[in-house]
Design a protein around this ligand. Structure first.
Ligand code: PLP
Length: 395
């Protein structure tokens, strides 16, 4: 006997992966330069030079046994200290090394936080548009994913809709800003409104409703827009962070969970997250990478290429007549299907060798997602195909 839900997760391929594999096959057929692949969110800028320097310095200065050995389950003390100090400096926060638990990226950070909170009948709010893996993580933790539809006019937080979906079983709301797939950054005012609602509902239901802040894109912001530090706005915030995107290290699997002292039962919660990580086999994040982070906690990415890509695509596509949601963060952009059917739009685009992801799995079925972490050159080569795509709607 096998667990059918797990079999489903393992055999049901994501449409992003399907498109990516299709692109590889097509590239062999017609040449890679003729396929315009906007499917995957794999960083396209190299890791900052400081990362390579830190890897080399660590290899030089530590014994092989120390570099490749287990660290404490929660993380190497110097890495936890460096990150805590950086958060304190940047946000004038009071984060101690003991608030941090190193993980193999944001995914295990989220999984641990969800397992820690998934008491019987738990519900977790996913605010559309959302990263599709949330539904997998929540379900596997034994919780119920509850989807709050997007406000597809503004893509800002729809506080009234969130209120309608909160119940006595709601344990947490996952907030992802900068957002994958919209690139939207929620303002301090929106987050304050959410905080006020959650404070009121936590009191009504007599238990805390946490915010799980999923922040792998925190450093990827444009036009001077800032990402508010959520624990300053809502005390019951758990931060899940990753260096996958900010330092272009997705294959190295490094990130952390931060449970600030302000969170209700913060110590108990921290232990529950540590216990969940242990139970899921996620302890002891890669040792070399933790040491690299200890040296690179203050390093920020060079996002000039992502910014240029975002602007080129936004201006070209709006000029061709597409409605695009202007991203202020991350490296994605949503484009609305002119007839409201994004699955069909993705198929039409495929015929032009343009690979764009239909938004149904993100909770926005009338939009396609473009990953803008691609080469600027590919964008320029792909523009005639986007123009041709719009022409197919005018015939
Ligand atoms: N959360 C969001 C919103 C993401 O887009 C991703 C990856 O694309 C993750 C979490 C998982 O990140 P990681 O590679 O650090 O596990």
């Amino acid at each position: 006997m096998i667990v059918q839900t797990m079999r489903e997760f393992g055999s049901h391929r994501s449409c992003i992966r399907d498109l990516f594999d299709y692109g590889l096959r097509k590239a062999r057929e017609i040449g890679a330069e003729n396929v315009y692949d906007y499917s995957l969110g794999n960083p396209s800028v190299p890791a900052p030079a400081a990362v390579k320097d830190a890897i080399l310095a660590t290899l030089e200065s530590h014994s092989s046994v120390a570099i490749h050995g287990y660290t404490p389950a929660s993380g190497a003390p110097d890495a936890r200290l460096a990150v805590a100090e950086d958060l304190c400096r940047r946000y004038d926060a009071k984060i101690r090394p003991e608030n941090l638990f190193f993980t193999c990226g944001a995914a295990p950070a989220l999984v641990s936080a969800l397992h820690a909170l998934a008491v019987e009948q738990s519900e977790f709010l996913l605010l559309a548009p959302f990263f599709p893996e949330y539904a997998v993580f929540v379900t596997a933790a034994g919780g119920k994913p509850v989807i709050v539809p997007a406000d597809t006019e503004t893509f800002s937080l729809d506080i009234a809709a969130i209120e309608r979906h909160l119940t006595a079983h709601t344990q947490a709301v996952i907030v992802n800003s900068p957002n994958n797939p919209s690139g939207v950054i929620y303002s301090a005012a929106e987050l304050e409104a959410l905080a006020a609602l959650l404070c009121r509902k936590s009191a009504e239901y007599a238990h805390p409703i946490y915010i799980i802040a999923d922040e792998p894109y925190r450093e990827l912001t444009y036009d001077g827009v800032e990402v508010p530090f959520l624990p300053h706005i809502y005390a019951d915030t758990i931060i899940c962070y990753s260096y996958s995107k900010s330092l272009s290290l997705p294959g190295e699997r490094i990130g952390y969970v931060c449970v600030p002292d302000t969170a209700t039962d913060s110590e108990e919660l921290y232990f529950a997250i540590a216990g969940a990580a242990r139970a899921c086999g996620h302890v002891c994040a890669p040792s070399l990478m933790q040491r690299v982070i200890a040296l690179c906690a203050e390093v920020r990415p060079d996002i000039a290429t992502y910014d240029q890509n975002r602007q080129t695509l936004y201006h070209a596509l709006t000029e061709y007549g597409f409605r695009c949601i202007k991203p202020h963060g991350a490296f994605y952009m949503l484009v609305e299907a002119p007839d409201g059917d994004a699955a069909a739009m993705s198929e039409r685009a495929k015929k032009l060798n343009l690979l764009i992801v239909p938004g149904a799995d993100f909770g926005v079925p009338s939009f396609c997602r473009l990953s803008t972490c691609v080469s600027p050159d590919m964008i320029l080569r792909s523009l005639p195909a986007f123009r041709a795509l719009m022409e197919t709607y005018r015939k």
